[in-house]
Structures are given as C-alpha cells and as structure tokens.
Design a protein. Structure first.
Length: 214
C-alpha cells in the first residue's frame, strides 16, 4: 500500500510539473499561425485531423441534455474528440498518459463556445467509449489557455467525482475579441481515478478557433 501511494504521489508531482511547464511555455507567446507554433504545442489538432470537430461535428456529438446547457447567445466554435494516447507526441512518457487499469483508453472531448457578452468558454470532458472499463474518476484539474493574436487568458479548473465513468468541466475564460480573430485553445490537466493505472495521469490538447461574427 505504501509503495502504491508513493507511485501515485510521484506521478501527480511529475504531471503537475509537466502541466506547468507546458502552459507557461504556451502562454508566453501570443497566437501564431505559423507551422512552428503548431509544432511547439505538444498536442495541437488542426482542422485536417480526423479528431478535429467542426461546430456541426460538436452538435452531432452532443446529447439533447448537453445541448441544452449551451446558452441561446452562445456560438459553438469547434473542438476535438480523441483518445488521450493520440495526444502524446513525445512531450511526455507513456507512463504519464492516463490509462485504465483493465481494458480501454480514456478519451478527451473539448470544444469552445463564444458569447459577445460573456466571451469564450471551454468545455472539457474525459470518458471511455461504451463497452470499456470504468476509470472510476475521482478528480480532474488543470489549466485552460486561450490566445488570439492580441489577447490571452489563463484559467484553472478543478472538479471532483465519486468513481464515475465520465468527468467534465466548463471553464469561462472571459476572453472577448473582434469578429474574425483567430486563436488557439490549449487544455492541460491531470485526472485521478480508482481504476486508472498508478491512480493518476496527464492529458493535454490544443486546437484552433475563430471568433465569430454574431
């Protein structure tokens, strides 16, 4: 029991350090459309990726109940839906990526919405596809960074759960910019669960957004 607790604590410390370094490096530079910028963000998903979701793709993926949580004045911008191991491009070792102890791989779903009055919000959800082992999530925490050419916002989030198969959070960043402004959303975090290998693991992803003309 002592050894297992030590492994969990070590994994969390390592994941926090990784998350902090990734977000700090990303937040220090405003949005850049160059290929170098995309490569610099560890898990950047562009519009050509099979894991990228257009606004219509987000709508098709969400249930009626989930769609009802989106305000009438909010515009869906797009997002991602992908297994966490696909996010790992060498920035972190396999042991740090979240894996269910039994069978299956945890997926991350994230999308952004925009309201001219409240700004940009980011939704983050971890889950496993139907038929796979329950991760038994107990917590999820991390940082959302949104950046356009002239503006940036960083928001932390933290939620708990009682051994659930999914865990999610909506982060209101408050970023407001002019119509047509292009930018990036970056999500970096850690999740814990009773059925996650070593008790905890990291996840990160980044995708592009464009401020709509409402």
């Amino acid at each position: 029991m002592k050894n297992k607790s030590g492994k969990i604590i070590s994994a969390l410390v390592l994941c926090v350090a990784l998350a902090a370094s990734t977000v700090t490096a990303y937040a220090a530079t405003p949005y850049d459309t160059s290929e170098e910028k995309s490569d610099a963000v560890g898990a950047f998903i562009d519009e050509d990726s099979e894991y990228y979701l257009t606004a219509d793709g987000v709508v098709d993926m969400l249930s009626e109940e989930e769609l009802e949580t989106i305000g009438d004045d909010e515009v869906i911008l797009g997002g991602v839906n992908l297994p966490i191991f696909k996010m790992n491009n060498g920035a972190s070792s396999d042991s740090e990526v979240i894996t269910v102890s039994a069978v299956g791989q945890i997926w991350c779903q994230s999308y952004a919405t925009y309201s001219s009055s409240d700004g940009l919000s980011v939704y983050v959800k971890l889950y496993v596809p139907l038929g796979y082992a329950n991760p038994k999530f107990t917590s999820m925490s991390g940082t959302v960074t949104v950046a356009t050419y002239s503006k940036s916002k960083i928001k932390s989030f933290s939620v708990t759960a009682n051994s659930t198969s999914t865990i999610d959070a909506t982060i209101d960043t408050g970023l407001v910019d002019s119509a047509g402004a292009k930018g990036n959303v970056s999500v970096t975090g850690i999740a814990t669960g009773n059925n996650i290998q070593d008790g905890a693991g990291a996840f990160e992803t980044s995708y592009s957004i464009t401020i709509p003309d409402e």
